[in-house]
Write a protein that binds this ligand. Sequence first.
Ligand code: GLN
Length: 541
Amino acid sequence: MHTKLIVVTGGVLSGVGKGTCTASIARLIKNQGYKVTAIKIDPYINIDAGTMRPTEHGEVFVTEDGGETDQDLGTYERFLSENLLKDQNITTGQVYETVIHKERNLEYNGKCVEVIPHIPQEIKRRIRATCDSMKADFCLIEVGGTVGDYQNALFIEALREMKLEGDAVIYVHVGYLPIPGNLGEMKTKPLQRSIRDLNSMGIQPDFVMARSKKPIDEVRKQKISLMGNVRPEDVISAPDVKYIYEVPLLFEKQTLCSKILEKFGLEYKKDTMKEWEELVEKIKKADRKIKIGIIGKYFDIGDFTLEDSYISVIESIKHACWHNSSVPEIVWVDSKQFENDEKSLSKLDDFDGIIVPGGFGSSGVEGKIEAICYARENSIPFLGLCYGMQLAVIEFARNVCGLEGASSTEVDENAKNPVIDILPEQKQIIEESHYGGTMRLGGYKAKLAKGTKVMELYGEEIVSERHRHRYEVNPEYIEKLEKEGLRFSGKSPDGILMEFLEISGHPYFVATQAHPEFKSRPTEPAPLFDGLIKACIKSKA
Ligand code: GLN
């Protein structure tokens, strides 16, 4: 295999920003002129992230080919500006499923199938297959969890074996250095211990990323170098920064990319990060405040979990704001309050714009519909995403078309006016409880209508966005809805499925059945988010 591998492991704590480190290194190498891709390893038994609650696991990121993957793939895509595929998220479940399937098919020729060597063998096969199919010069491989966990040990073992088998591999270990409040001093011991753990698994890191609140000083760098058996210049300071997009530049300053290339015997080119520097400049210079309310069913969850559950939506808002010299202020609005207290709807006047994002089930739905109604009637810029679009249709059906009891069959199976109904091909899937990986998933094309807001924003007639849903606008109601002024401005190319809607005469009332948030990039915001922020600015003026 000609692909060079950069393995990223974590130590001390989870959630220290391994994903951002991985994505930042990937971007630096890409700018050296290489084809770079990335793999995320998740040690859970789930085949994919699709069956997990986002508040449990974070956002389910949807790839172009319909994978329901870990949110880190979203981070990689945003930093790399490359589309990744579903096979780039490997889980324990996938690996065991294949091994057991092969065993049942006698593919092991009568051998006793063992955890070692057969599980690492399958892991290595998957990694090599992805690298080959992506024709990548470099592949970053991030191992979920921390070193020392039982769950990821077989993955780390496979990654050790790859070097032994002649693949070009380097190892990057990301660990946290706490500054205990009572001491006020940065401690290196937990990181030292986690390097030892990695050593005990047969791996010597080539680089150590010292994640902490503050930059690491020379004394501590020397200590980690000595105890961790890495050159002092290969201990990289990775302090907290205000914007994650600063991280590649932080690493570049420490000549990390040149040191990585050196380990592979490759030449380093100077000054390849100009465009990225401009992006960070733009982010730092932005000064116009835009306040966006995200309306959802948020109960007893806590803000941190929410950030993860909607990370692509949040990043899309940021990208669009920065692009328009603005700084977003994002507020979580619990839709349930509108169900109990109608007066609380006036709180929405505080926002420059509101978003109703994707969701499932009936909880909080009535409150979201109230909020959409308020935005429509009070000219507050509104963007509806997936469920957000379906609820906008329900709102319009009830309050403008006078269709009593209009609802989605997801919420009310016996709705009098089921304006949102299950996609025909989904009926049997649900009846048989085949939930995993069976929604309408991934990139699908839509044809936009000329002269519409949506067409103006995309600037082309045929567009493709990613999807994740089972329900659709019921074709039987389309004529009635359109007659009353709800414009379906984008449809599937065969004209059957409603993909985009808008209302003219409103500053911005746009919704889509898709999830445009999955394709937003820091250097290229998603058109519908850009449109929302532009409308917010205009309404504010
Ligand atoms: N629950 C809706 C459906 O399945 C919307 C899904 C979503 O918002 N991702 O169609």
